[in-house]
Design a protein around this ligand. Structure first.
Ligand code: ATP
Ligand code: MG
Length: 383
């Protein structure tokens, strides 16, 4: 059963950590959301690859077999660009999960790192990659079902726009939007009217990079050879600000050179990473986040994960500093608003659609209520 109706558009934010997607009607109804880990792996066949996770997909394209999503033994894609096979597989998986085998026409909006917008040929190459060799006609197999669709419109928008939170809070000053993702940090500066003044990305400052940094630091300072650093769940450790298993090893006599315990290690290492790789890296590009008077909006999933550390690093900016609570979905929401604005010339119609989106975002827990991949068998009935 197709999850799309005529006029709907699909937005995919193909993150390096997590692929996020949303389906909208052209009147601004949020018809569904989905997300899955940004991992893909080519396999010789699907034999011995059974998984009950609705977020793991079996994809066959060009006669090659891939697993995409959850539960894969694969590294995150560490290239700076998204113009590569991995992101193409993620985008195709997203669309295929929404359509039937009916050559459905799909209006598609996807994101790309801000640095790629410096030269228009980067975006053209990305578009060509996604459109494939047959002008947007795509046939593949997903979870052993044949799927086909035709990409009619393809728009590529920059990461880190975060339009929605800016419309929720009336900012009267210049605003710095900082999108902390898996691989990169996207920066955008807007004036009071919402015009973009400046944009770029810091290509090695995201959460996957922080995790690598913490691992190598820990290898360097921990005296125990027996502790398995690869077994640490870094997301939980960063949020909880401690690594209980590591503290047990320290109680048994091992030491962390220069640090008291796991809490001290995490606090110091993460704050230093934020300072050096984000705050100071921005300063090198003449952006002074801790200048008073400007509004700062943190978005991207990494901002939620790093919330307590950001508050400490930017303690003197407490009053002009905000973390978007819809951080994970901000790119998708912003793309939808921009797409509607581009599509529909009647301002009143656009405003009505945007208000509808904002209302949905404010009132409903997206992941609980709009998830269209977890509820695979159900038809979407949300208005
Ligand atoms: N609700 C949440 N609470 C805490 N952390 C979260 C939440 N949602 C996502 N994250 C964290 O956000 C990070 C990934 O951020 P995000 O999904 O914005 O990256 P991405 O868009 O995939 O990467 P990129 O933008 O570099 O391509 C991960 O560390 C993840 O654990
Ligand atoms: Mg992102």
């Amino acid at each position: 059963m197709s999850k799309l109706s005529k006029g709907d558009f699909v937005v995919v934010d193909p993150g390096k950590h997590e692929v996020k997607g949303m389906v909208f009607s052209k009147t601004g109804t949020v018809k569904g959301v989905f997300s899955f880990p940004s991992k893909s792996k080519r396999v010789p066949s699907f034999n011995n690859h059974e998984s009950s996770s609705p977020k793991q997909f079996k994809l066959v394209t060009n006669n090659k077999f891939y697993l995409v999503g959850e539960g894969l033994q694969a590294e995150y894609n560490a290239e700076v660009t998204k113009t590569n096979e991995h992101h193409k597989l993620c985008v195709y998986t997203s669309v295929a999960a929404l359509v039937d085998n009916d050559e459905e026409v799909v209006n598609l909006v996807i994101g790309s790192p801000t640095n790629d917008f410096v030269a228009s040929e980067n975006i053209e190459r990305y578009k060509e990659l996604i459109m494939g060799k047959h002008d947007g006609e795509i046939s593949l197999e997903l979870n052993r079902n044949k799927k086909s669709f035709s990409i009619k419109n393809l728009e590529v928008y920059p990461e880190g726009m975060a339009v929605l939170p800016r419309t929720l809070k009336q900012h009267t000053s210049q605003i710095h939007v900082v999108d902390i993702g898996g691989q990169n940090v996207n920066y955008r500066k807007y004036d009071e009217k919402g015009n973009t003044l400046e944009y770029f990305s810091l290509d090695y400052a995201g959460m996957n990079r922080l995790e690598q940094h913490l691992k190598s630091e820990l290898r360097f300072v921990l005296t125990s050879q027996d502790f398995d650093i690869n077994s640490i769940d870094w997301d939980t450790a960063i949020s909880e600000r401690r690594i209980p298993k590591l503290d047990e090893v320290l109680e048994d006599g091992s030491t962390l050179s220069g640090f008291e315990d796991s809490e001290d290690f995490l606090q110091e290492s993460i704050k230093t990473f934020i300072q050096e790789h984000i705050i100071d890296a921005l300063v090198r590009k003449s952006v002074y986040l801790n200048q008073r008077g400007h509004a700062i909006l943190f978005t991207g999933g990494g901002s939620l994960r790093l919330e307590s550390y950001l508050k400490e690093v930017l303690a003197s900016n407490a009053e002009n500093f905000e973390i978007s609570q819809t951080a994970k979905w901000d790119n998708c929401i912003s793309y939808a608003i921009r797409y509607l604005t581009q599509l529909e010339k009647d301002k009143a119609v656009v405003t009505k659609a945007v208000v509808k989106i904002i209302k949905a975002v404010k009132e409903v827990d997206f992941e609980e209520n709009y998830n269209i991949i977890e509820n695979e068998e159900e038809e979407i009935s949300i208005r």
